[in-house]
Design a binder for this molecule. Structure first.
Ligand code: HAM
Length: 406
């Protein structure tokens, strides 16, 4: 028997229903906010992710599904969705249009991580990317929209926010941080030591307990933000307060991807174990330029679908559609023709074997059908059909010609 690869899984029955419910709910809300669907390839040039997610990030340096294709091209299965959407935005020259563009997407992402609960090698994201709006009102709006998605799905969350500054305030802060880290270098873990030289900001995010305690006195960027970043970050907090959305400012929230500036945020759940981030995002005003487009501010997020699968409250499935069956073999074709007609507009479950009444009613129950339509000996002789509405419990016998009215 061939099984799926480690860290990859099939979604069937209950899980696939949950998947569809999550995606359709999120799409419905994203559309209300003016987002339209974008589909980009799963396979991209490796350089795309190196330039956007960042060479020194764990995702690029350790976790890429990277290989040479038969044409000798260095390619990679996308580890996330933003880079591809930005590449598509630039490829289509949308950066040259004055209108603001908003896209949503969902699909598989690939990261060669050590699998554990909530951490897969192939997982799915639902994401939104908004281009052309530099105002912090858009950051607020996108956070609100994500909150609305979780509220609608019945999922509780904690919101963490931070500001990662901009090209004006980040470099001097980085220098200050490197100075601080160099002094405590000996006591930091191996990973942090490496990061001091490659990506010092990521040290703040280290999960090692000793590092965490050493970092409590590290300089904090929010104390060193430039006026514009400081004003925006304060405004974001005021807006969240006004909207009654609770949040926590987490100065160590740096995100695992290098393209962010200004607002960064994460939605976490306490109900799913160690891998508690259910969504993450933020502003990435320089990424379009890094990928050879014209300067275009942008902000977005992605939800990890598998992480919220267990949390989502599924709506009670109400009785719907039709169950049709024959109680004598001669009526089967009549039933099939009837089902074919009705399927033009309705969900129909058809039983191909002629059965007794009780057995059919079990089938009606299993199909969770609203209407049962049965044809027996009498109905066949009279050109009628027996109908029961399972909600009102009303039963009647109708001429076949009137069946469209049910
Ligand atoms: P990310 O934080 O790397 O951000 O991923 C977003 C979400 O994907 C995470 O919060 C988590 O729920 C889920 N996720 C990540 N890795 C795994 C995994 N190995 N197994 C299961 N779920 C996982 C991004 O990917 C950015 N592109 C988000 C973004 C969009 N920022 C701006 N626009």
């Amino acid at each position: 028997m061939i099984n799926p690869l480690r860290g990859m899984k099939d979604l069937t029955f209950d899980e696939s229903q949950r998947f569809v419910h999550i995606v359709t709910t999120a799409i419905g809300i994203a559309k209300r906010y003016g987002y339209s669907y974008i589909e980009t390839p799963i396979l991209e040039e490796t350089s795309l992710f190196k330039r956007s997610v960042g060479n020194s990030s764990d995702i690029v340096s350790k976790e890429m599904y990277q290989f040479e294709d038969k044409g000798g091209n260095d390619v990679c299965m996308r580890p996330e969705g933003t880079a591809g959407v930005v590449r598509a935005f630039v490829s289509a020259k949308l950066d040259r249009q004055p209108v603001k563009q908003k896209f949503y997407y969902y699909g598989p992402m690939f990261r060669y991580e050590r699998p554990q609960k909530g951490r897969l090698r192939e997982f799915h994201q639902f994401g939104c990317e908004s281009f052309g709006e530099g105002s912090v009102y858009e950051d607020f709006t996108i956070i609100t929209m994500l909150g609305q998605i979780f509220d609608t799905l019945g999922i509780g969350f904690d919101l963490q926010i931070n500001s990662l500054g901009c090209t004006e305030c980040m470099p001097p802060y980085k220098e200050k941080l490197v100075g601080f880290l160099t002094e405590i270098k000996e006591e930091l873990c191996e990973d942090c030591n490496r990061r001091i030289g490659t990506n010092p900001i990521r040290v703040l995010d280290c999960k090692n307990k000793t590092c965490q305690s050493l970092l409590t006195t590290a300089p904090k960027l929010i104390n060193d933000l430039c006026d514009s970043c400081d004003t925006d970050f304060k405004r974001l907090q005021t807006l969240l307060d006004k909207a009654g959305i609770s949040y926590e400012v987490d100065t160590n929230l740096v995100r695992g991807l290098d393209y962010y500036n200004k607002t960064a945020f994460e939605f976490v759940s306490n109900d799913i174990g160690a891998q508690s981030a259910i969504a993450g995002g933020g502003r990435y005003d320089k990424l379009v330029e890094y990928l050879d487009g014209r300067p275009t501010p942008a902000v977005g997020f992605a939800v990890g679908i598998e992480r919220i699968m267990e949390l989502v409250q599924m709506p009670e499935p109400g009785k719907s559609g039709y169950y049709m069956g024959a109680m004598v073999p001669e009526a089967i074709e009549q039933v099939i023709m009837l089902a074919n007609r009705k399927r033009a507009s309705e969900k129909v479950t058809v039983e191909y074997t002629s059965k007794g009444f009780k057995s059919h009613m079990k089938g009606v129950d299993k199909a969770n059908a609203r209407y049962a339509l049965l044809i027996g000996e009498d109905e066949l002789a009279n050109g009628t059909v027996w109908v029961k509405d399972l909600e009102s419990k009303e039963e009647k016998t109708l001429p076949l010609s009137e069946i469209q009215e049910i």
